[in-house]
Design a protein around this ligand. Sequence first.
Ligand code: ATP
Ligand code: MG
Length: 382
Amino acid sequence: MSTALPQSTGVIAEYRARLAAGSIVFDSAQASAAERLQALWAKLRGYDPHPKAPPNGWVGRLLRRKQVDDVSDHPNGLYLVGDVGRGKSMLMDLFFEAADVPRKKRIHFHEFMQDAHRRFHAIKRDNPGINDPIPALADLIAEDAALLCFDEFQVHDIVDAMILGRLFEALFARLVVVVATSNTLPDDLYKGKPGRDAFLPFIGFLKQNLDVLVLDAARDYRRERLHGLNAWYVPADTRADAAMDHVFTTLAAGAPAQPGSLMVSGRKLAVPLSVPGAARFDFAALCGTALGPGDYLALATHYQTLLIDGIPRLSPDNFDEARRFVTLIDALYEHRVKLYASAAALPDDLYKSGEGAAIFERTASRLEEMQSDAYLQLPHLT
Ligand SMILES: Nc1ncnc2c1ncn2[C@@H]1O[C@H](COP(=O)(O)OP(=O)(O)OP(=O)(O)O)[C@@H](O)[C@H]1O
Ligand SMILES: [Mg+2]
């Protein structure tokens, strides 16, 4: 394999194969991003900085110091940033698939942080005397992966902001290479939020260890693919089913649809059908069962797009479903999730009268707004 000519394998080869197959169109910004990713791909062939965790005690300390000394050989990662639909996730996924790195992991950034908090507290709980759980946490993460690919890198939360700086410093010291996609330039991360000053060193580390690559692709390819497709299909008949199938296939962009699951507070939430970035549910599965705000929040942070089939008319007779639907739409709206649905009526006519109709007015207004061009162009908030 290593005798292959440069560029006959790796990211560029895969990118060209997709162009040749017609599944994507040529875009010069994407082509140059693919070249940057190819260069990193070549540097990382067989990358395995310390397959075994160094032992504890003085040997471990020496080994760790050596790793830190070796930082000069440590290839910089990449921070792919740009507006929505420019192909960042597509390119990162292509890179991740091609990467010849024995320990690699691709994870949605929001889930990585949730997992980091969970492990941080578990380390504290299991080691009551421990001063600082970050080194142990970084050891665990670095044992799992020498290459970490993060989709949708964002920082909103003071708790994340506080932990991130030290965690990333520890991960870089363990020679972990990070590739990330984001809608926000590093200098604009966590801007205008409380405690920003304490967060600035993190931005410094990030820029030292990741090359920033602005993906200024010509178009919003997601919007373009979905162009002319309605977001709301009335009534929920077989024509609407066919239209919803078409939306889902378009979003899939060739990827197979599969059932999946999300972990919510240690429980599994079943997702009947998903493709990268999008999930599809029947209304009954989503609002007719005992799901709660935590489940809806998990869906809203994980998926950029949600499809709901068969929203019925709502009334005091199916008030539980209506109440869950209101909670769901609040979560989707707050996280700028794009919604496609088939329904018995237009949003304003879904909940016409009876107790609860007044509360639904806000939901109907949000549903209207969620179909607007302005809303559809907003980045997903995780
Ligand atoms: N050159 C292209 N030709 C056709 N389709 C493309 C092209 N580039 C990307 N796409 C498609 O456009 C959609 C959006 O791409 P992608 O999800 O990678 O965007 P993104 O930059 O990650 O957006 P976001 O910031 O919202 O996460 C995907 O379905 C992808 O397959
Ligand atoms: Mg993306």
